[in-house]
Design a protein around this ligand. Sequence first.
Ligand SMILES: CSC[C@H]1O[C@H](OP(=O)(O)O)[C@H](O)[C@@H]1O
Ligand SMILES: Nc1ncnc2[nH]cnc12
Length: 290
Amino acid sequence: MSQAAIGIIGGSGLYKMDALKDVEEVAIDTPFGKPSDAIILGTIDGTRVAFLARHGRNHHLTPSELPFRANIYAMKSLGVQYLISASAVGSLKEEAKPLDMVVPDQFIDRTKNRVSTFFGDGIVAHIGFGDPVCHNLATVLADAVASLNLTDSTLHRGGTYVCMEGPAFSTKAESHLYRSWGATIIGMTNLPEAKLAREAEIAYATLALVTDYDCWHPDHDSVTVDLVIANLQRNAVNAQKVIQETVRRLTEHPPTSDAHSALKYAILTPLDKISATTKEKLNLLLQKYL
Ligand SMILES: CSC[C@H]1O[C@H](OP(=O)(O)O)[C@H](O)[C@@H]1O
Ligand SMILES: Nc1ncnc2[nH]cnc12
């Protein structure tokens, strides 16, 4: 099957990548079901890239309905080693303005209905997640943003992304609570993805595109989908430029990543005690340790 070392997951408003050439659509089935949509394989300036629209190209899946495991497994099956998420987020800080970009380095989990692990069914593993984002990949991503000198968007390096369940946006009390925790941005999708990517030994980083001030800001109307999409469409051109530049830099200097060996000391169950069925289901993740 065709392979790509770099994967992109496009969120709300980013349903395709114009820079992707020679595209081929691949419908992948995984032991965890089907991904959100077909994966679009192609090249960006000669580098193979796999693109997936997180909510489907017609945005038909809510955050709680997303097949996170199938999405990450499908990326792994294509050989993806670096995964970049482009995501719409609300801002929890005055200085992170709509149209700005944030490359977060921490997450807070406020989800309730997500399956965020490949393990279970007779195999136990606990990956380290103290640093949930790959520092080296995030640095390449943030450096790519900085190199473009975008006039209409300020870059914020680091910051905490609160991942809420949704699909309704937060209450004001929740929004103020997250601000009191020092969090920078809020979204509904990235945390399960980051956990599963780590379990799959894929380096993961997020390009967060600020679309609104959530509902805490006294001078801004509460968040609406219209506002999110309008601001994302304004920012989608910049986001694609950033991704293109990041792909160029990753191709020139592929960074090392601790994520690439995340399972080395994480599996507790003796490998000879794992059932054949579970072994087969997780073979893609486990094969280098078997
Ligand atoms: C359309 S507003 C809420 C929606 O947008 C974000 O999606 P994504 O992370 O896929 O860009 C947010 O997480 C919500 O799912
Ligand atoms: N304010 C917000 N809350 C949660 N997810 C979002 N995505 C974009 N804006 C958001």
